[in-house]
Design a protein around this ligand. Structure first.
Ligand code: SAH
Ligand code: SF4
Ligand code: F3S
Length: 455
C-alpha cells in the first residue's frame, strides 16, 4: 500500500532542481589497451546518466578521471606526469575532483593516496560500474575489490564511434604469463552471460553499428552456456556486418575457432595471436604453454583454411635470460611466419610478477638494439605481405577521413588492413569494393571499383 502513494509534488520539484544543479562535466584521460578505452566509454555512459556531460578539456571539467595502464613502466610514467599537471589545476580550481581508475589504481592505490593528496577517488578495473556511487560521495574513497558481479551487469556505454563498437565478453585473466601484471589488476576470468552479450549486440545493430569487436584478455577461454566458437555463431546472425575479437591465446586457439572464423560470413578473417618469442626456452620461462613448433602449426592451420587471413602478434624483446641465440630465434620466427604486423615491446619488469625476480636481466641498450632489429625485420615482412595484395579486390568498411590526408577516406579490409581511397562522399559505415593499387608500410592505396554505367 505504502508504495502506491503518489510522491508529494514538492519533492518532485526538489528532485528536479537537484538534478539541474548537479549538471557537471567530466574529462577522462585514457591510457592502455582497448579494454581500458571501453571502460572509459562505460564510465562516461554511467556518469551521463548521473547528469554529467563530456568536457572538452581537463580545464573545463568538474571531474577528471585518469584511466590508467600498468602493463609497462612507460605507460605508468605517462600517467604520473599527467597527474602532476592535474595538481596545478586543482590549486587553481579547488572544486575539481580527481579520480584514478584502471590498472595502476588497482596496483598502487595506497601509494597514490599517500603521495597525491589531490586525488579524491580511486577505482579499480573490476569496479568501473560503481563509478557513479563513488563520485557522488564527498569524502576521499576507493573501490578496488575483486568484483565478480561485473559479468552480469549491463552498462549503457557512451561510445566514441557510431560505426564500430567494443563489447566485453569476458573479464580478467587466469594465465599468469610470468612477465604480466594483468592477472593481478583485472582478477580471475569471468565470462559474461551470452544472453546479455546478444542483447547488447542486437541493440547496436538496430542503432546502425556496422562492426563489433569482442573483448577479452583471452577470448578463447570464454565459457558460459556457450563456448567462444558457439558465441560467434550466435552473434553472426544479429545483423552487425562485421565481427572481430581480441585477444586469442595460442595455446587455446582451437580448430573449432579457426573453422568458425573461416565459415561464419560476418566474422572477419583477422587473428591477433601474440607469439612473444620464437625461443622454446624463453616461451617456457614466460609460462606461455606452447612451443614455437606448436605455434607454427596453428598458423599453418589458419592459412590452410583462410589464405587471405590477416595474422598479427605481440613480441617481447629482452626477457630476463634471453641470449643472443634466443633473440635470433625470434627474428627467424618473424621471417618464417610473415606476420601482417606486430606490436613489439622491450621487456619491462613489473612488481610482483615472477619474471621481475628472474636472473639474467638484459641491459637496456641491448634490449633496445634487439627491439630495433625485430621492428626492422618486421617492416620487411609487412611490406611483403602488403605488396602481395596489389591488384586484388577488397571489401572495405569506411571509417571516415584518413588521418594523414583529409582529402582521402579511410577504411579497413576484413583482414584489418588500412586502405585509403579518393573521397567520393561515401558515408561512414558504408562498404566499398576497391582494387588495391599500391602497397605501403602502414596502409594500402585503393581505387573504388565503379558500378556498371557510372564513370
Ligand atoms: N591478453 C593479451 C594482451 C596482454 S597485454 C595477450 O595475452 O596477448 C599486451 C601485450 O603487452 C602482451 O601481449 C605482451 O607482448 C606485452 N607485455 C605484457 N607485459 C609486458 C611486460 N612486462 N613488458 C613488456 N611487454 C609486456
Ligand atoms: Fe597477460 Fe598472459 Fe593474461 Fe595476456 S594471457 S593478459 S599476456 S597473463
Ligand atoms: Fe594496461 Fe591494464 Fe590493459 S595494464 S594493457 S590497461 S589490462
Amino acid at each position: 500500500m505504502f508504495f502506491d502513494l503518489p510522491l508529494p509534488e514538492i519533492e518532485e520539484t526538489e528532485i528536479g532542481m537537484l538534478h539541474f544543479m548537479m549538471s557537471r562535466a567530466v574529462f577522462i584521460y585514457t591510457f592502455g589497451c582497448q579494454m581500458n578505452v571501453h571502460d572509459s566509454e562505460k564510465m562516461l555512459g554511467i556518469l551521463s546518466q548521473e547528469g554529467y556531460e563530456r568536457a572538452e578539456s581537463a580545464e573545463d571539467a568538474d571531474l577528471i578521471i585518469f584511466n590508467t595502464c600498468a602493463i609497462r613502466e612507460k605507460a605508468e610514467q605517462k600517467f604520473y606526469s599527467q597527474l602532476g599537471r592535474a595538481k596545478a589545476l586543482k590549486r587553481k580550481q579547488r572544486d575539481v575532483k580527481i579520480a584514478v581508475a584502471g590498472c595502476v589504481a588497482q596496483e598502487s592505490k595506497a601509494k597514490i593516496f599517500a603521495r597525491a593528496p589531490h586525488v579524491d577517488f580511486i577505482i579499480g578495473p573490476q569496479n568501473v560500474h560503481m563509478i557513479g556511487d563513488l563520485v557522488a560521495g564527498r569524502n576521499r574513497a576507493s573501490l578496488t575489490d575483486d568484483n565478480r558481479e561485473l559479468a552480469s551487469l549491463d552498462v549503457a556505454s557512451s561510445r566514441q564511434s557510431r560505426i564500430k563498437a567494443w563489447v566485453s565478453v569476458m573479464y580478467g585473466c587466469n594465465n599468469f604469463c610470468s612477465y604480466c601484471i594483468v592477472p593481478y589488476t583485472r582478477g580471475r576470468e569471468v565470462s559474461r552471460p551470452s544472453s546479455s552479450i546478444v542483447a547488447e549486440i542486437r541493440a547496436l545493430a538496430e542503432e546502425g553499428y556496422r562492426e563489433v569487436t569482442l573483448l577479452g584478455q583471452n577470448v578463447n577461454s570464454y565459457r558460459s552456456d556457450l563456448d567462444f566458437p558457439q558465441l560467434l555463431g550466435r552473434i553472426d546472425s544479429l545483423g552487425v556486418g562485421r565481427i572481430r575479437f581480441v585477444t586469442s591465446h595460442p595455446r587455446d586457439l582451437s580448430d573449432e575457432l579457426i573453422s568458425a572464423v573461416a565459415e561464419l560470413p560476418g566474422v572477419c578473417e583477422h587473428i591477433h595471436l601474440p607469439i612473444q618469442s620464437g625461443s622454446d626456452r624463453i616461451l617456457s620461462l614466460m609460462n606461455r604453454g606452447y612451443s614455437y613448433a606448436q605455434y607454427l602449426r596453428k598458423i599453418e592451420k589458419i592459412r590452410q583454411k583462410m589464405p587471405e587471413a590477416g595474422i598479427t602478434a605481440d613480441v617481447i624483446a629482452g626477457f630476463p635470460g634471453e641470449t643472443a641465440q634466443d633473440h635470433e630465434a625470434t627474428v627467424r620466427a618473424l621471417r618464417e611466419v610473415e606476420f601482417d604486423g606486430i606490436f613489439a615491446f622491450q621487456y619491462s619488469p613489473r612488481r610482483g610478477t615472477k619474471a621481475a625476480e628472474m636472473e639474467g636481466r638484459v641491459p637496456d641498450p641491448e634490449k633496445s638494439a634487439r627491439l630495433a632489429e625485430i621492428l626492422k625485420v618486421q617492416e620487411e615482412m609487412t611490406l611483403r605481405r602488403n605488396r602481395a595484395l596489389e591488384g586484388t579486390i577488397q571489401e572495405i568498411l569506411i571509417e571516415g577521413p584518413s588521418e594523414t590526408d583529409s582529402s582521402l577516406l579511410m577504411g579497413r579490409t576484413r583482414s584489418n588492413k588500412i586502405v585509403t581511397i579518393e573521397d567520393a562522399g561515401e558515408a561512414e559505415g558504408s562498404v566499398v569494393s576497391v582494387r588495391i593499387e599500391r602497397a605501403r608500410l602502414h596502409s594500402l592505396a585503393g581505387a573504388r571499383i565503379d558500378c556498371e554505367g557510372l564513370v
